[in-house]
Design a protein around this ligand. Sequence first.
Ligand code: HEM
Length: 408
Amino acid sequence: MTTTTQADTWGLHESQFWLRGKQPEERVHHAAELGFWNVYGHPEAEEVLRDPATYSSDTTRLVPKDMLADADLDIDLEEMQAGNLLQLDPPLHNKMRKLVSRAFTPKVVADLEPRIAAVTNEMLDAAGSSGRLELVEDLAYPLPVIVIAELLGVPASDRHLFKGWVDKLFDSSEQFSLKEQTEGRQEAVKKSLEGQQALVEYLGVHVDERRKQPREDLLTKLVEAEVDGEKLTRNEVVNFANVLLLAGHITTTMLLGNAVLCLDTHPQWDERVRADRSLVPPAIEESLRYLSPFAAVARATTREVELGGTTVPADQMLMVWVAAANRDDRVFADPDTFTPLRDPNPHLAFGRGIHFCIGAPLARLEGRVALNILFDRYPALRTIPGEPPKFQVNPNMTGVRELPLTTA
Ligand code: HEM
């Protein structure tokens, strides 16, 4: 007998079995039909993420060239990847990461708190007092995008443009495959690359402006930065900024929405967290574990390796499902129970090792400030019968896209 889970009711992607109370049959699984390996176990995922020499982040070399040719787009993947921190390996990764790590120190991030609070209040004032909120449109989307746009130095008022392009990037429910390229998959790749190209062109204009006229912003810092005595190329600056802009908002949007949704579905916790605000940070951590926004990260093996009792050959792509690892019953007792009191809570939602999310302190701060203000302003935040939340359709993401709520 199959039971209907909350994930089914919400229509979450059918491949996300870990959201349906299931443990994987194999912690390391070869998806031969898709041409890559899935890593679902927590210790196995950590092993991969902590060993960049064996598990490289430069995965584009394994993408068949004809995948792009078939998409009929004039795109040079290498050009698109230069300066993309997420795909760099040591030693260049370390040097490039240092360039931005100063922009995300605890002090710099803590100093953003008043601005985050001001933007949150401004957004909620604008949403009015009708007794309803669409949490994503009214707050969870604009807040992180405004914060990261201001840090970078691009106009936050352009956020409607970013949204159109970013939606294109993640708008498909097709599963990624290195093997057969169906029409649906090709359409998804094409749409995603179009969105990417539009973002890159947009950022290119701002980068050129900063070269002529420096300002006090992160884009200018990147334009002026040097690695081994050499300035970054235009391409590198643009791609670097692109990663920050993208990673800096879409995931945090999901974090805010998911945290509110977790409390709505666990009213006893909603009550406790509202009454004891010291529980806000652990509630955020638990919602990151329970509904991990960025479900998977990719790696490429540089040599044959033994992982979780399985031999993985060299030059294989791995999807490391941090979202599944976050439900591993060898590490988390009652993994399908939402309980902010977990201590420790070694979830992998921000990754591990050298690529550990640089924006984690900022995302956590945005989450804490926004949740506290929501609690202060509204006596209740409840989903509406007949208007269920809508989720991202992409199988590599878990996060609300629309969350209508009543506030009284
Ligand atoms: C890296 C998740 C927010 C910028 C990562 C990684 C994960 C992640 C899983 C590791 C990728 C890998 O190992 O390949 C998240 C989640 C967020 C969030 C769940 C929100 C809840 C942010 C924010 C920013 C940001 C707010 C920027 C302001 C980055 C960057 C990297 C990264 C630049 C690459 C670091 C590196 O490669 O060294 N993030 N992120 N992220 N994140 Fe985040």
